[in-house]
Design a protein around this ligand. Structure first.
Ligand code: UDP
Length: 459
C-alpha cells in the first residue's frame, strides 16, 4: 500500500485555515500525502504573509491546490452578504474537477476528503465520487450539536424556517447540555438580517450533510464538553489542535505578517504581568471603542500587548487617543498581528482580553491563561458562555447601551480577574487536562489514531 492521499479543505477564513493546516501536518506525520485546498484569494494572502525564504509548501510536506470563491480578486471578503450568497455555488464544481484531475493523473488517488464542517456543502462532492468523507468541526461541539439539531428545532417550532427563534426563552437540546440564549444562536450574531438568513441556509446544508459523513472530528477535547460528546456520539474530539512550534517546516498560516518583535519585549516583562489583547481576524471597532480600550489599558497600570490589526477600524487605520503612543512606549506594545500561540505560552502573560473565537479560546486554555471576554459575532457569544458560566475561567466585559465597553469596565474587570484565585486554579486544571488529552494514551490522541486507522483500512 502506498501513501494514502487526503484532500483537506478549510472554510476560507483565518480561524479555519489555521487548525486545518495543523491537522494536515499531523496527517503528514502519519504518512499521508496531503493536498490542502484553499480559495485562490486565501492562498494569495497566506503566501504573501509568509516570511521571506520560507518554502511555501512547508518543505514539501504539504501540497497546495486552489479553487475560486466566486468573488472578484479585489472584492472585500468581509462583505458577508455577497460572500454568503456566492461561496456555495462557486466552489462545488471546481472541487469536483480538481478531484477528478488528481485521480486521473496520480497513482495514489484521493483516499479521503476532509472538509471543514462550515463548508459542509463540499462533502457531497466526495460522496458522489465514492470517496471517504470526514468533516472537521473547528468550533465547539456544543455549537455542532445545535447545528445538528436544526431540523428538530424547526419541527418543534422553536425556530422558524429562516432560523429566527419563536421567543426569548433559552433553547434546550438536552438536559445535560447548557441551554442557549436564542440571541446567541451563531447565525443570528451576524449584524445583518440578510446575512443571518444566508448563514442559516448554509448551516441547514451542513446539518443535513453531517448526518451522512463517514467521520466527524472536532477541535475540542472530551473533558471540556463531555455531555455534548455523549449527546452527539459520532463526533470525535481530537483537540486542542495547537501548532507544534519547532516541527520541521513549522509556520502557522496567517493572513497578516506576524510581528515577532513582541516576543523579545515579552522576555523583558515580569512573570505573569502582561495583559494580552487580541480580537482575532474579523472584529471591527469604532473610534470611541478604541479610545475606551486604550484608556482602559493606560489606567490599569499594567504592561500590555495589544494586537491592533491594520483594518481594526475597517477602511481606516486605528486611531488612538492623544498621548497613547507615550503610554505604549513606556509600558506597552502595539502590533498588527502577533505570533499568538507563542505569545500565549510566554511566562509573562497574565491574562487574555479576547473576542472568544474558538481557536483563541482553545489557545488560552492550552496555556492556562484566564480570559476577559469581548465577543463580536458568530459563535463567540456561545464561547463566552462556556468561558464565564460553564468552565468559569474568565469574566464578561459588559457593554453600555450603545454597545461600547467603557474604560472603567475594563479597568475594574482586569483587577477582578487578576485577583480571582478560583479562576486561576480552574484554568490551570483545564490546561493540564487539555495536555493529557493529546498525549499518548489520552482521549484525543486515541481518537485521532482510530480516525487514521479507519482511513488507512478503507484504502
Ligand atoms: N492569531 C494570530 N495572531 C494574532 C491574532 C490571532 O496568530 O495577532 C490567530 C490565533 O492564534 C487563532 C486565529 O488567529 O489561531 C484566530 O482564530 P479565532 O478562532 O480565535 O478567531 P477568528 O479570527 O476566527 O475570529
Amino acid at each position: 500500500m502506498g501513501r494514502p492521499h487526503a484532500l483537506v479543505i478549510p472554510f476560507p477564513a483565518q480561524g479555519h485555515v489555521r487548525p486545518l493546516m495543523e491537522l494536515s501536518h499531523r496527517l503528514a506525520d502519519r504518512g499521508f500525502t496531503v493536498t490542502f485546498v484553499n480559495t485562490e484569494h486565501v492562498h494569495e494572502r497566506v503566501t504573501a504573509a509568509l516570511p521571506e525564504n520560507f518554502s511555501s509548501d512547508y518543505g514539501g510536506r504539504i501540497r497546495f491546490a486552489t479553487i475560486p470563491d466566486g468573488m472578484d480578486p479585489g472584492e472585500d471578503r468581509c462583505d458577508f452578504l455577497k460572500f454568503t450568497q456566492v461561496i456555495h455555488r462557486a466552489t462545488v464544481r471546481p472541487l469536483e474537477e480538481l478531484i477528478l484531475k488528481i485521480n486521473a493523473e496520480e497513482e495514489e488517488g484521493i483516499a479521503c476528503v476532509i472538509a471543514d464542517g462550515m463548508a459542509g456543502w463540499l462533502l457531497p462532492v466526495a460522496k458522489k465520487l465514492g470517496i471517504r468523507t470526514a468533516a472537521f468541526w473547528p468550533a465547539s461541539a456544543w455549537f455542532l450539536a445545535i447545528v445538528l439539531e436544526i431540523p428538530s428545532l424547526i419541527e418543534k417550532g422553536v425556530i422558524d424556517q429562516r432560523g429566527f427563534p419563536k421567543d426569548n426563552e433559552p433553547i434546550t437540546i438536552s438536559d445535560k447540555i447548557p441551554a442557549i440564549n436564542p440571541a446567541h444562536l451563531c447565525w443570528l450574531c451576524l449584524h445583518d438580517p440578510q446575512v443571518q438568513e444566508n448563514s442559516f441556509k448554509l448551516k441547514c446544508i451542513t446539518s443535513h450533510v453531517l448526518r451522512d459523513v463517514d467521520h466527524i472530528i472536532c477541535n475540542s477535547f472530551l473533558e471540556l464538553e463531555a455531555p455534548v460528546f455523549e449527546h452527539a456520539g459520532n463526533a470525535l474530539p481530537i483537540g486542542p489542535l495547537v501548532s507544534a512550534a519547532g516541527r520541521i517546516g513549522h509556520q502557522p498560516f496567517s493572513f497578516w505578517q506576524e510581528d515577532p518583535s513582541c516576543l523579545s519585549w515579552l522576555d523583558e516583562q515580569p512573570s505573569r504581568s502582561v495583559v494580552y489583547v487580541a480580537f482575532g481576524s474579523y472584529t471591527l471597532m469604532n473610534r470611541r471603542q478604541i479610545h475606551e480600550l486604550a484608556r482602559g489599558l493606560e489606567l490599569s497600570g499594567l504592561p500590555f500587548l495589544w494586537v491592533s490589526r491594520p483594518d481594526l477600524m475597517g477602511g481606516s487605520a486605528p486611531a488612538y487617543p492623544d498621548g497613547f503612543m507615550d503610554v505604549v512606549a513606556g509600558r506597552g506594545r502595539l502590533v498588527g498581528w502577533s505570533p499568538q500561540q507563542e505569545v500565549l505560552s510566554h511566562p509573562s502573560i497574565a491574562c487574555f482580553v479576547s473576542h472568544c473565537g474558538w481557536n483563541s479560546t482553545m489557545e488560552g486554555l492550552w496555556n492556562g491563561v484566564p480570559m476577559l471576554c469581548w465577543p463580536y459575532f458568530a459563535d463567540q457569544y456561545q464561547n463566552q458562555t462556556y468561558v464565564v458560566e460553564v468552565w468559569r475561567v474568565g469574566l464578561e466585559l459588559r457593554r453600555d447601551r450603545e454597545g461600547i465597553v467603557e474604560t472603567e469596565e475594563i479597568v475594574g474587570k482586569l483587577k477582578e480577574l487578576l485577583k480571582d484565585e478560583g479562576i486561576n486554579k480552574r484554568v490551570g486544571d483545564l490546561k493540564d487536562k487539555a495536555r493529557k488529552c493529546v498525549e499518548e494514551g489520552g482521549n484525543s490522541f486515541k481518537n485521532f489514531d482510530d480516525f487514521i486507522c479507519a482511513i488507512k483500512e478503507y484504502e
